[in-house]
Write a protein that binds this ligand. Structure first.
Ligand SMILES: Cc1cc2nc3c(=O)[nH]c(=O)nc-3n(C[C@H](O)[C@H](O)[C@H](O)COP(=O)(O)OP(=O)(O)OC[C@H]3O[C@@H](n4cnc5c(N)ncnc54)[C@H](O)[C@@H]3O)c2cc1C
Length: 375
């Protein structure tokens, strides 16, 4: 038995998942360093290579351990955690990491604005210093989970007189602070996963700043590169995305054709390649080195998921559109995959410039003070 396997077995013997309170169990798992084994000691990890995390997670699942609400924790786990671990001070890490990992505190991401999505560095939300606090005013949009979140990662403009990438500062915002207003938006699927968020004279203590004043762009790069890997790499278990379509193939022999068989196999091979590439990327990010290659993983995931869900709908024809059937929902939700977390056009630019070294887009506004840019 390896040291790690033994550690997990000892933990499970001491904290019976069937009788221990959910939050107590998850807090104890974090304190034992078994949340993410590559995280630092004292912060949910053991400072080990992330390669064995899958085996640790599998042992907990097999023992019937509670999960940490990964669907609700998607922004906290995938984006806030790597950013806090890389740019936060010790007090910040200790305050935020445990309830983030256990799922007791949900996180959202206040980046996009009505006029600043792909061109995130052009954002307008202002933060002005006032003693040891900052006063924030502005509007954000498409904020997934804002209606459930306790904390937000937030990028603001703190110096309008310098070029757009230089005048940004990154904060953690308490979503329960006075002046934060969350209004739901209805999306294509009929659900309201995301929101508009209005910030009016919201006060943020300077102790909730991540990174130096004016260094918000560099900090947000850690978040964005982590986001792409977590969207692109997080949902591709072996054959995972194809599972509903494969189930249809098994359960509905009358729908089978030779052509469909071929299409399924081709998609499976592509999904496998994407999964294997993303496994490597996830290890790179776990080691604190998110790279622009994550953009390719996210591109592949979005394209693949859209093709898979379109084929599923085509195969099921009218049945796929039934209200109680989720094929139609999967198809509609997949439309967002090539927009959320960076559009496919932008990700192709990143791969071209930063991975392949092709000539960059012409950027005439790069050295112009933000306040002088046309809006
Ligand atoms: C389901 C969903 C959830 C989201 N959740 C969040 C969230 O939680 N937090 C958050 O901050 N944001 C969130 N977003 C917003 C998302 O990040 C933005 O929609 C995205 O970055 C695109 O920005 P935009 O909508 O302003 O489009 P624009 O930037 O206006 O782009 C419009 C089109 O022009 C193209 N384009 C723009 N510039 C270029 C260029 N230089 N070269 C080539 N093509 C270009 C784009 O690719 C796109 O096709 C979410 C979006 C969706 C759909």
């Amino acid at each position: 038995m390896s040291d790690l396997t033994e550690r997990v077995a000892e933990f499970l013997a001491a904290h019976d998942p069937t009788t221990t309170d959910r939050w107590e169990f998850l807090r104890a798992r974090f304190d034992a360093g078994l949340a993410r084994i590559n995280w630092p000691v004292g912060l949910g990890g053991l400072g080990l290579d992330p390669g064995e995390q899958g085996a640790v997670d599998a042992a907990f699942v097999a023992a019937g351990a509670p999960d940490n609400r990964p669907a609700l924790g998607v922004i906290g786990l995938g984006m806030a955690a790597p950013t806090i671990l890389r740019h936060g001070d010790e007090d910040q890490k200790r305050r935020w990491m445990r309830p983030l990992w256990t799922g007791e505190e949900i996180w959202c991401q206040l980046f996009s604005e009505p006029g600043s999505g792909s061109d995130l560095a052009s954002l307008s939300t202002r933060a002005v210093p006032d003693g040891d606090e900052w006063v924030v005013n502005g509007q954000k949009v498409w904020t997934s989970l804002a209606h459930l979140a306790r904390w937000a990662i937030l990028v603001t403009r703190t110096d309008p007189a310098v070029p757009k990438h230089q005048g940004l500062t990154y904060f953690v915002l308490d979503m329960t602070a006075p002046g934060v207003e969350v209004r739901p938006l209805r999306q294509l699927t009929g659900e309201s996963e995301f929101n508009e968020v209005f910030l009016t004279d919201v006060r943020i203590p300077d102790s909730q700043r991540l990174g130096a004043v004016g260094e918000g762009w560099a900090v947000s790069q850690t978040t964005l590169m982590s986001e792409r890997v977590s969207i692109g790499g997080g949902r591709i278990p072996r054959g995972g995305m194809l599972e509903p379509l494969i189930r249809t193939w098994r359960d509905r022999p009358e729908l089978r054709t030779a052509g469909l068989h071929d299409q399924l196999l081709e998609l499976w091979v592509e999904a496998e390649s994407a999964r294997l590439a993303s496994t490597r990327l996830k290890q790179q990010i776990a080691a604190g080195r998110p790279g622009p290659e994550g953009s390719a993983a996210k591109l592949a995931y979005a394209d693949l998921n859209q093709r898979i869900t379109a084929l599923e709908l085509q195969v099921l024809a009218g049945d796929g559109l039934r209200y109680e059937d989720s094929a139609g929902h999967r198809y509609l939700r997949a439309r967002a995959n090539s927009i959320e977390g960076g559009t496919s056009e932008i990700l192709r630019n990143i791969v071209a410039e930063r991975v392949l070294g092709l000539p960059g887009e012409i950027r005439t506004d790069k050295d112009v003070p933000w306040k002088d840019l046309p809006r």
